[in-house]
Design a binder for this molecule. Sequence first.
Ligand code: FES
Length: 155
Amino acid sequence: MADLSKVNVIVKKYSDMKTPLIPILKDVQTEYQYLGEEVLTEVAKCTNIPLSEIYGVATFYTLFTTRQKGQHIIRFCDNAPCYVKGAEDVLEAIKKHLHIEIGETTEDNKFTLESTSCLGLCAVAPCMTIDDDAHGNLSPEKAVAIIEDYRMKGK
Ligand code: FES
């Protein structure tokens, strides 16, 4: 069980605010990496806000995540310019290789696959980022090789 004592510290920090839930959840996510059930239940306890309302906010905003993420975050561009250049085939190859869909994490907790809007890399479409690194001109084979490189080198 995680040490949940920091939740109360964070909640107290925003005690003067009229609607503090979003900043509280932001800080709590920074502290605990994701907004799991245990943590959200503690937020409900400390704020006296119904858990259902907290879940509603935590699942509505894309900046919040209620599931643990993998060691590496793959963000795959799903905008039209990348699709025109073959992104769909690349994405299918990644999903097949990792046995996950968008929004999921591999069983070994190594990779989380997310879709994203334009990465500003249209000139080298199709493209993705892994953590802070950009990868462009992807083919299905190249994308899988790059991902395996992260796994092998324990990057
Ligand atoms: S549309 Fe994919 S990077 Fe711009």
